[in-house]
Ligand binder design. Structure first.
Ligand code: FES
Length: 127
């Protein structure tokens, strides 16, 4: 099955953005959200991203840019993305940290937003 090279555009404002590369096993990576969870759980717990309870295309808060296309991480299959996957924050939004942005729309009512990682970098001070 091999591995995927995952390049994540990270940022801890006010510092500028930088790219960080990870090697992730392809096996078991169905969606981009699975890749982010793998990186967080196995490689780098300092990575910040929105990991919402919805995970079903309902809350629309997991938008990212994946290989140059605006995509929902919970819906975007890894298959077909190629051997290198570049993941960045949603465009046009203020970056809080890494892949977490301030949305310019209200999230719908429902389960609370859960950050699986630490969006404000209190566990790590990269950048
Ligand atoms: S996690 Fe809700 S739409 Fe992706």
């Amino acid at each position: 099955m091999g591995e995927i090279t995952v390049v994540i555009i990270r940022q801890a404002p006010p510092a500028g953005a930088y790219r960080q590369t990870y090697r992730v096993p392809r096996a078991g990576m169905l969606r981009v959200l699975d890749v982010l969870n793998y990186v967080y759980e196995n490689l780098d717990p300092s990575l910040a991203f929105r990991n919402l309870i919805c995970r079903d295309g309902v809350c629309h808060a997991c938008f990212l840019v994946v290989n140059g296309k605006r995509s929902m991480s919970c819906f975007t299959p890894v298959r077909g993305l190629g051997d290198t996957v570049e993941i960045g924050p949603a465009p046009g939004e203020k970056v809080v940290r890494d892949l977490v942005v301030e949305h310019d729309y209200d999230l719908p009512p429902g389960p609370p937003v859960v950050f699986e990682s630490d969006p404000h970098g209190q566990a790590d001070d990269h950048g």
